[in-house]
Design a protein around this ligand. Structure first.
Ligand SMILES: Cc1cc2nc3c(=O)[nH]c(=O)nc-3n(C[C@H](O)[C@H](O)[C@H](O)COP(=O)(O)O)c2cc1C
Length: 386
C-alpha cells in the first residue's frame, strides 16, 4: 500500500482527499461519514455574515441535461448559499466536530464587513478549527466579490484576517477572474497558507415556455465533471510560480480526476458535486483508485508524481505542427456515413458499399476518429500509409 500522506497548508493529512464546502459538510453527522470513508479533511458549509443568505430557497437543485445521443453533458445547477446557522451556533458545530472526529475540520466563512471577517475568523479559531477557508468566491445572488476591482477587493479582505488569527488560512477563489495567477501571487504576499482553485461559476438557465430563469428566478451556481479542465490549466500554470499550497477543486468525478489534479501540481484535491450525485461512498473509491494508480506506477508517495505533467506542457512555439497522420477506415466500418457527412475537409467518400479516405484531402485532424459510433477509424502515420 503506497503512503498517501500529504502536508497541506501546514496540516498533516492522511491522504490528499478533502471534501469541499457544501450542504454535504454542514453537520458533524455528515462530516463523520467522510471520516469513516477515509477522507483526510472536510471544509464545512460556509458561514455567511449576510443573514438573508442563511435561508436557502426550495427547491435548491436542478440537473440540467444538454445535448443529445452520444453528445450529452449535464450541469449540476444549485442555489444553496450558506449554512443556516449564526456564528455562535456554527462555532458550536466546529467544537463538536473537533471533539468527535479525528479528521481535519476546516470551517469556511464569507462576510460582508471587515468586522464580520475578523469576528468570524477569531471565533472559529477559538472553537478549535484546524484551518479556515476564506470563501471569496460564492457564485450566488449577492455576489460580494465582483466588479472591476474584484482581485484587489479580495486581497484587501483577506489581509486583515491574516493579521488577526494564527491558524492556517486558505483563500478559495473564483474562476471568474481576469487573472487568477496575479491574484494567487498577491494572496501569497498576504501570508495565506493555501489557495483553493476554484469555486463554481455563476450561471443562468432559462425556461423557454415561461421565458424566465429556471427554479427560483435568480442566477445560480453551476458545475459538473466538464468543469475540470479550467482549474487544471490554471493550477499547472500557477504551481511552479507560487509557494502557496494548492487545493484543486472542480469537476472531480472519479479517481483518474484526482490523479490529474495531483499531476497538475495540486497538493490536495477537493470533491463536492460527485459526492452529491454518487454518494459519500465515492470517497473510498477515489482513494482506492489513487492507491492503485500509485502501486501500478511504483510510486511510494504522492510527492513522487505530484506536478509531473507540468514540465511536459509545451508553449505555442514548441507544439509539433507537422502533418503526421491520416485517417484510415477499418473493416469494423458499418457504412453509416456519419464521418463523410461531418468531415470538414470533405476527405471521406463512399466507394461502393464502403467508405474510404481521400489521402490528398485528409489533414489528419482526428475528428472522424472521435465521432465514429463504431470506433472503426484510426489515425495512422502518413509515412506508413504511403
Ligand atoms: C450544492 C453546492 C453547495 C456549495 N456550497 C458552497 C459553500 O457553501 N461554500 C463554498 O465555498 N463552496 C460551496 N460550493 C462549491 C464547492 O465547494 C466546490 O468548490 C465546487 O462545487 C467545485 O467542486 P465540484 O466540481 O467537485 O463540485 C458548493 C457547491 C455545491 C454543488
Amino acid at each position: 500500500m503506497p503512503n498517501l500522506r500529504v502536508n497541506f497548508a501546514g496540516l498533516e493529512l492522511r491522504n490528499p482527499l478533502v471534501v469541499a464546502s457544501a450542504g454535504i459538510t454542514e453537520t458533524v453527522e455528515r462530516m463523520k461519514r467522510y471520516e469513516e470513508e477515509g477522507a483526510a479533511a472536510v471544509v464545512m458549509k460556509s458561514y455567511f455574515e449576510e443573514k438573508i443568505c442563511r435561508k436557502a430557497p426550495t427547491p435548491r437543485f436542478k440537473i440540467i441535461r444538454h445535448g443529445s445521443g452520444r453528445f450529452q453533458t449535464f450541469a449540476f445547477y444549485s442555489y444553496e448559499q450558506a449554512s443556516e446557522w449564526d456564528l455562535k451556533r456554527y462555532a458550536r458545530e466546529v467544537e463538536k466536530a473537533k471533539a468527535k472526529l479525528n479528521i481535519k475540520i476546516i470551517p469556511s466563512i464569507n462576510c460582508v464587513s471587515k468586522k464580520g471577517w475578523l469576528t468570524a475568523a477569531k471565533t472559529l479559531e477559538k472553537a478549535g478549527a484546524d484551518a479556515i477557508e476564506l470563501n471569496t468566491s460564492c457564485p450566488h445572488g449577492s455576489i460580494t466579490f465582483s466588479g472591476g476591482a474584484v482581485e484587489q477587493n479580495i486581497v484587501d479582505t483577506v489581509r486583515p484576517v491574516r493579521d488577526a488569527v494564527s491558524l492556517p488560512l486558505i483563500a478559495k477563489i473564483s474562476p471568474m477572474l481576469t487573472d487568477p495567477f496575479a491574484l494567487v501571487k498577491a494572496l501569497e504576499e498576504t501570508g495565506m497558507d493555501g489557495v483553493t482553485i476554484f469555486n463554481r461559476q455563476t450561471g443562468l438557465d432559462i425556461d423557454v415556455e415561461e421565458e424566465a430563469p429556471v427554479m427560483h428566478r435568480a442566477y445560480a451556481g453551476f458545475g459538473g465533471p466538464w468543469a475540470i479542465h479550467y482549474p487544471l490549466r490554471w493550477i499547472s500554470q500557477i504551481r511552479p510560480q507560487t509557494s502557496l499550497d494548492i487545493a484543486g477543486s472542480g469537476g472531480v468525478w472519479n479517481a483518474e480526476d484526482v490523479v490529474k489534479y495531483l499531476l497538475a501540481g495540486a497538493d490536495v484535491v477537493q470533491v463536492c458535486t460527485a459526492i452529491y450525485l454518487r454518494g459519500y461512498g465515492l470517497i473510498r473509491k477515489l482513494l482506492d483508485g489513487l492507491a492503485k494508480f500509485m502501486t501500478e506506477k511504483g510510486y511510494g508517495s504522492v510527492d513522487d508524481f505530484k506536478g509531473n505533467a507540468v514540465p511536459k506542457i509545451l508553449t505555442t512555439e514548441q507544439v509539433d505542427r507537422r502533418k503526421r497522420f491520416a485517417a484510415e477506415i477499418t473493416p469494423a466500418c458499418n457504412a453509416c456515413g456519419l464521418c463523410a457527412r461531418l468531415c470538414t475537409y470533405d476527405a471521406i467518400k463512399r466507394a461502393g458499399k464502403r467508405y474510404t479516405v481521400v489521402a490528398t484531402r485528409c489533414v489528419g485532424c482526428g475528428f472522424c476518429v472521435e465521432i465514429c459510433p463504431n470506433s472503426a477509424i484510426t489515425l495512422v502515420s502518413r509515412r506508413r500509409r504511403k
